[in-house]
Every structure is written in structure tokens, then in C-alpha cells.
Write a protein that binds this ligand. Structure first.
Ligand SMILES: O=C(O)CCC(=O)C(=O)O
Length: 247
């Protein structure tokens, strides 16, 4: 009997792997179906529409994380399933050379007017040993562009090592509670324009950021999960120690 395959075991081409190594990121077009994304967005909407809203899905506009649900995969099976997309699981295994496990997830809804996140390297926030972390950022809108606050990346900066981070400089664009890379000309960042279902893999040392959503009526929902190699561990961050397998 032939077992049904849910995805190609090696979804990334050689060119895509080389592009990731050279640039610190790679964009995979249409890695997730519109139907699945619509169902996921509808599910999160329904969860947040409950009365009372479950604690994990609640966001307080006066606190951190107002733009995002933090670690929904720890509470919600749909979010966990989205964290395990076969293309992501197999793509990460190609990039890491071994199986990946998930340590963090964030569902961003970033409604019009919401600030973005200043330029940073993810490793600054999530130390892991050995350093193996890669993010997978999935676009949950028809279009994610400069107007509604897309991600910006600075190609090749994953080769710079960990940079110092300090206070956020531009409060018009960025959430003030985060920290921002110092000593690098971040105007060299380029926008990553994405369509629904596109998946961006990026390295933990890649400088990236996003700006305020300046559209009138377009949200910028996205789901981003952070993964490490299965034999690696998150250090320091007690809240992100648990490793979620992707099988
Ligand atoms: O999506 C964003 O606006 C920022 C996400 C980000 O910087 C990250 O996940 O590390």
C-alpha cells in the first residue's frame, strides 16, 4: 500500500536553499491554501468573539502584545495545526538539516492605524543553543504591502552576528516597548510584498521590521512561528522552553 503524502518531503528547491543561505530569508509563494487561511482567520475571530473571551485570546490595548495573540499554539488546536503545516515542517528540516520544533507563535491582526515593530534580530529576544532558530511568517491577507505594514528585511545581515539593540527611535512607526538594532543603516531594508498563503522563512539574525499600518481599512493579519532544531534549546526565556513537535 502506498501511504498518502501530505507534502513533498523536500519542498524547497536548491535555488531557494542557496538564496536563504546567502540572504537570510526566502519567500515561498502560495505555501498555504486560501481555504485554510479563511478558516483560520474565521476561527480566531470566533474565539475572540466569545463572551467571555478566553484569557489567552484577550488583548489589552494598554499593554504589550496588543497587536498580536501571543503563543496561541499553547492553547488552541487550530493554531497548533497551523504551526505544523507540512510545507513548513519539511522546509525547515531542509534548512536546519534536522527536524524542527516550535517554541513561539504569534497571530498578528494589526488593524489599520496599528504600529509596527522596529528593526531587530529575533535572536536578541530568543536566545537558543545551538543557534538554529528560523521564523515562518504566513500572510493571512489578500495583499500585505507597504501600506498595511508588511515586513521589511535587510538581505545578508544574518551574517553580521548579534548587534546591539537600544531604545526605539521612531514612535510614529513602531511600538515603543520593543528594542531596535543600533549601528547599522536600516534604511537599506526592502519590503517583502506578500499575497495570501505566501510564507517567508527568515534567519534569527536577519534584521527585519515592519511599519505602521497606514491603510484606511485593510488589516494585516499574519501568523508567525519561531522554530529551533529539535536538539537545540531556548535559554533564559522560561516562557518559551517548551518544544512543540511538528509531526
Ligand atoms: O510582523 C511584524 O510586524 C513583526 C514580526 C516580527 O518582527 C517577528 O516575528 O520577529
Amino acid at each position: 500500500m502506498v501511504q498518502a503524502k501530505t507534502a513533498k518531503a523536500s519542498p524547497l528547491t536548491e535555488e531557494q536553499r542557496i538564496f536563504f543561505q546567502e540572504n537570510g530569508y526566502v519567500l515561498i509563494k502560495k505555501g498555504c491554501s486560501d481555504d485554510l487561511i479563511n478558516a483560520f482567520n474565521g476561527h480566531i475571530y470566533d474565539v475572540r468573539n466569545q463572551d467571555p473571551m478566553p484569557q489567552w485570546a484577550a488583548c489589552d490595548a494598554t499593554k504589550k502584545y496588543t497587536l498580536r495573540l501571543f503563543n496561541p499554539h499553547k492553547h488552541d488546536s487550530f493554531s497548533r495545526q497551523m504551526m505544523k503545516l507540512p510545507l513548513v515542517r519539511d522546509g525547515l528540516a531542509q534548512l536546519m538539516g534536522q527536524k524542527a520544533v516550535c517554541v513561539q507563535s504569534m497571530y498578528f491582526y494589526k488593524e489599520p492605524g496599528s504600529p509596527g515593530q522596529a528593526s531587530h534580530q529575533d535572536y536578541y529576544y530568543i536566545k537558543n543553543d545551538p543557534m538554529t532558530m528560523i521564523a515562518a511568517w504566513i500572510a493571512l491577507e489578500e495583499k500585505v504591502d507597504e501600506e498595511n505594514g508588511c515586513l521589511w528585511v535587510m538581505p545578508g545581515t544574518h551574517k553580521l552576528g548579534l548587534l546591539s539593540h537600544g531604545a526605539v527611535r521612531n514612535h510614529d512607526e513602531h511600538e515603543p516597548w520593543t528594542e531596535e538594532t543600533e549601528g547599522v543603516d536600516t534604511t537599506k531594508q526592502i519590503p517583502v510584498i506578500m499575497e495570501k498563503g505566501d510564507i517567508l522563512f527568515f534567519h534569527e539574525l536577519l534584521i527585519h521590521s515592519s511599519n505602521r499600518n497606514r491603510s484606511k481599512d485593510r488589516w494585516r493579519r499574519s501568523y508567525v512561528c519561531h522554530y529551533i532544531r529539535e536538539d537545540a534549546n531556548v535559554t533564559f526565556r522560561e516562557d518559551l522552553r517548551e518544544k512543540y513537535p511538528l509531526d
